[in-house]
Design a protein around this ligand. Structure first.
Ligand code: ADP
Ligand code: MG
Length: 377
């Protein structure tokens, strides 16, 4: 088993900077997810760890070993891609055994030599782990998408690598199978405990699978934290908006101080910032005026019962434009002043399009971002 360390890692393709000074320590046995929008440099970063792409600068270590100049086959890694091309003319068994057999040609591939009995043992073990035992004689075309994906995983497992590298391995599966395979991958990781770097653009996958998540944008790591750490304490507007679904609402607001209290204010909205949060502004509320208020759809609810009074400092009145039933919850598309806000409320809530509603905001869970998009809280 092994950790993976990326130090000041950069990769440029001519004028395109694909990976920009990434520093990341993936712990032994950890499942680390690299997430970000398409084109942010995830695949390039992963390919550098695999040795398929040379770093422009920086260091890559697997365990204590500097591997920048080590060839891919000697890095003790196994990679699973989105397009897990299996050999169509080979059986499941042979597809899984293929990589080990290749290594029998030491002149060509330099790896160790596996005897056929050892290959059989490894393929059988992997097939048991992945529940492919009954399918070993089939050809890929006789398998479902999920089964094929498991064969691709099996091909990686039989190599008993120190590190798994996975690049969007579930993207080709339909939604239901993706959820199912996601759970299987997590179970597999618990069982084998192999250090894994998992690349995806899907924040739900990242949240559900990662021990920790590294969020990337434009080749730069924005934040590395646990799923809930990212959810509750995004360091900037990008992370706040990227993690969570439906996405966080952002409203341009003005900060106002009155009698030692701090408010966020915009057309139709005046909400009090809790004192412990206001203190994060370090008295800057008077200096910092134009900021962005961030509130997640699930951190608001409809006020039930009596009309709000002037002492309600966490309520705004809005018009319901659209109600979207999701099952357990409903999404409300609201207009307040010039702003649009999405709220997620319990489905039983009595509400119809065209209603006016009073929304109670959980201000302890709200966020504030400066002009530079960094979070005050
Ligand atoms: P992601 O996997 O996050 O979608 P990539 O790592 O594939 O992103 O790409 C990051 C950036 O590097 C993109 O702008 C992409 O166009 C560019 N890029 C990737 N590979 C190459 C290449 N071989 N030649 C030129 N540009 C590349
Ligand atoms: Mg990619």
């Amino acid at each position: 088993m092994a950790s993976v360390t990326l130090k000041d890692l950069c990769k440029s393709f001519k004028e395109v900077v694909a990976v920009d000074n990434v520093n990341l320590e993936i712990r032994d046995k950890e499942f680390l997810v690299l997430v970000g929008p398409s084109g942010c440099g995830k695949t390039t970063a992963l390919r550098m760890v695999a040795g398929l792409e040379e770093a422009t600068s920086g260091e890559i270590r697997i365990g204590d070993r500097l591997v920048n100049d080590v060839s891919p086959k000697d890095r003790d890694i196994a990679m699973v891609f989105q397009n897990y091309a299996l050999y169509p003319h080979m059986t499941v068994y042979d597809n899984m055994a293929f990589g080990l057999r290749l290594r029998r040609k030491p002149g060509l591939f330099g790896g160790r030599v596996f005897r056929e009995t050892e290959i059989r043992q490894r393929v059988t073990d992997a097939a048991n782990i992945l529940d492919l035992g009954q399918l070993l004689k089939r050809k890929p075309k006789e398998l479902s998408g999920g089964q094929r994906q498991r064969v691709a995983l099996g091909r990686a497992i039989v190599r008993e690598p120190k590190v798994f590298l996975m690049d969007e391995p579930l993207s080709n599966l339909d939604a239901k199978l993706r959820v199912q395979t996601r759970a299987e991958l997590i179970k597999l990781h618990r069982r084998l405990g192999i250090t894994t770097i998992y690349v995806t653009h899907d924040q739900v996958e990242a949240m559900t699978m990662g021990d920790r998540i590294a969020v990337m944008k434009n080749g730069v790591t924005q934040q590395v934290d646990t799923p809930l750490g990212l959810y509750h304490h995004p360091v900037n507007k990008f992370v706040g908006g990227f993690i969570g679904s439906p996405a966080m609402n952002f409203l341009p607001v003005t900060l106002q101080s009155e009698d030692g209290k701090v408010y966020v204010v915009t057309d139709g909205i005046k909400l009090r910032v809790p004192d412990e949060r206001a203190s994060a502004l370090n008295g800057r509320a008077s200096a910092v005026r134009e900021v962005e208020f961030g509130i997640r759809p699930e951190d608001m609810e409809i006020r039930q019962g009596s009309a709000p009074t002037s002492s309600d400092e966490n309520v705004f009145r809005a018009t319901v434009d659209v109600v979207e039933p999701m099952g357990a919850t409903s999404l409300l598309y609201l207009t307040v002043g010039k702003s649009q806000v999405i709220a997620s409320v319990e489905a039983e809530t009595e509400v119809q399009e065209g209603y006016s509603v009073d929304m109670v905001v959980d201000m302890a869970r709200a966020h504030l971002f400066g002009q530079d998009e960094q979070a005050y809280f």
